[in-house]
Design a protein around this ligand. Structure first.
Ligand SMILES: Nc1ncnc2c1ncn2[C@@H]1O[C@H](COP(=O)(O)OP(=O)(O)O)[C@@H](O)[C@H]1O
Ligand SMILES: [Mg+2]
Length: 318
């Protein structure tokens, strides 16, 4: 067996787009993921996350390149791949006409689990996902949030070594999300590998051992949180609160070309990519002849790095 849960080599997916220029949803990605970790694919809407996951889970054929799950090629050995994965893909796969409980049981039986084990696990998951009051209702009669719970609960019914989760937390309340995060952590400790996508930085930050940032079908940066934070060297967050907001402050802010800026009541909040030696210069220019109540300068948050990385053009970090 391959030591890698996932090996992706020069993977491309091009969608024809009715007369217009074809869309390169995944535009030449290569990376490997070792077994036994939570791996996060982080990127804004349209980055290519779902397309990548659909290729890895054998739902869509690549246009070029290869991808292997535990050494099995997704195009040449799709049956071997499917035996080893379970996935929660957007717009998936709940049987609308079945009850919550039958969804879990059917999925487990389909994946080859014996009846007694399936029943036992279904009962446990119904508790953990707070589906108790809904167990006998048809999924089509449930709200979006509850459908999502059923989808996610399903993948915990089975023991496939690799799990794919596409924006799993959509529609979950914070409490349930926290609980599911704990479940995911526990699964990884048992040796499973989880590949998840998210647009939510805090989710990746909290959950993932290794993060790949993607944008417009390409890899932008990779590493654990500390590595990504290093990429942010030279990104500073500056907050200034005035006794009243200066008239021409918007133009001054714009002239600094901030990565991000916000004005709230009498305070401004900026993220800037500048040399450390210029930080105080900027702060004093903004404060000159004004009554400043509060000044804060911080290193960049992951949020800022993300914006910086996904908006910059043509800069190669890999
Ligand atoms: N079936 C499809 N046909 C045509 N274009 C698609 C299809 N699926 C996705 N795309 C396009 O591919 C790009 C990547 O989409 P997607 O993989 O869904 O990104 P993400 O999941 O990161 O939001 C987008 O520009 C999207 O519009
Ligand atoms: Mg998506």
């Amino acid at each position: 067996m391959s030591e890698f849960a996932l090996e992706v080599e020069s993977l491309v997916k091009v969608y024809a787009s009715g007369g217009k220029a074809p869309i390169r949803a995944v535009d030449g990605m290569s990376f490997r993921v070792p077994s036994g970790i939570i791996f996060g694919l982080l990127g804004p809407n349209g980055a290519g996350k779902s397309t990548l996951l659909r290729m890895l889970s054998t739902l869509t054929l690549p246009t070029e390149g290869t991808a292997k799950i535990l050494g099995y090629d997704v195009v040449k050995k799709p049956v071997e791949v499917r035996k080893r994965i379970s996935s929660v893909i957007q717009a998936t796969a709940v049987e609308l006409l079945l009850s919550v409980k039958d969804n879990l049981l059917t999925y487990a039986r389909f994946q080859g689990l014996d009846k007694a084990t399936a029943a036992r696990r279904a009962d446990a998951l119904i508790g953990e996902f707070q589906l108790g009051p809904e167990v006998d209702r048809k999924v089509q009669d449930l709200s979006g949030g509850f459908r999502r719970r059923v989808q996610v609960a399903k993948v915990f019914m089975v023991d496939t070594p690799v799990l794919f989760l596409d924006e799993f937390s959509t529609g979950m309340d914070p409490l349930l999300k926290r609980q599911v995060m704990n479940l995911l952590r526990a699964e990884v400790e048992k040796g499973r590998t989880i590949i998840l996508t998210t647009q939510v930085l805090s989710e990746a930050e909290e959950l993932c051992d290794d993060i790949l940032i993607i944008n417009r079908g390409k890899l932008i940066a990779r590493g654990d949180l500390n590595t990504l934070k290093l990429l942010s060297e030279g990104v500073y967050e500056i907050t200034l609160a005035f006794d009243h907001l200066p008239d021409n402050i918007q133009a001054e802010i714009a002239a600094l070309s901030p990565i991000r800026s916000a004005i709230e009541a009498n305070a401004i909040d900026l993220a800037l990519k500048i040399e450390e030696s210029r930080v105080m210069e900027v702060v004093s220019a903004l404060s000159r002849n004004r009554h400043v109540l509060r000044v804060e300068v911080r290193g960049a948050s992951l949020e800022d790095i993300f914006v910086e990385l996904t908006t910059r053009e043509g800069r190669e970090l890999l």
